[in-house]
Design a protein around this ligand. Sequence first.
Ligand code: HEM
Length: 160
Amino acid sequence: MATARLCVLLMVLSLTLAEDFKLKYKPASKPVRLFTEEELKRYDGSEEELPIYMAVKGVVFDVTKGKEFYGKDAPYNALVGKDSTRAVAKMSLDPEDLISDTTGLTEDQLESLDDVFEGTYKTKYPIVGYTASRILSEDGSPNPDFKPEDQPHFHIKDEF
Ligand code: HEM
């Protein structure tokens, strides 16, 4: 009898502790979603019922409310469904610039990229995730350019 009571007591105690643990480690914000290139491609405005996503500097934005810019047949539709960092930096819609690579860009172009990233995308559109390539290189190894401090999930509130 005493053993049974002790057993119940221990069960209640462990459940209470588990509940406590759950609360303490509850995630502070929504989980981060990582997009592969393939996944991002679905959100290029061609399917009416899907939102429109585009990435700049590896951050995926929901640009659906800018449909007049990014929707099907709209002037900047080429930029969506992918990471268009280079195109945004150069203000170019050339197919060769519709990539994330920033190699060889001038100081002015990099500055302009940051202005548009901060002033337009981060200000106007919700962030829905990150490109997988922002964190991992093609071979699956960590991307040496990834800076943990850029990862807003851990504290930089203004990206959320
Ligand atoms: C003759 C050339 C162009 C003209 C006249 C033009 C005009 C404009 C105008 C008036 C806006 C502001 C719209 C608004 O906030 O209501 C705008 C926004 C923008 N433009 Fe252009 N543009 C041109 C070329 C380009 C090119 C080549 C790119 C290539 C990347 C580009 C990228 C953008 C982006 C990303 C925005 C921000 C859209 C947003 O708010 O989501 N533009 N453009």
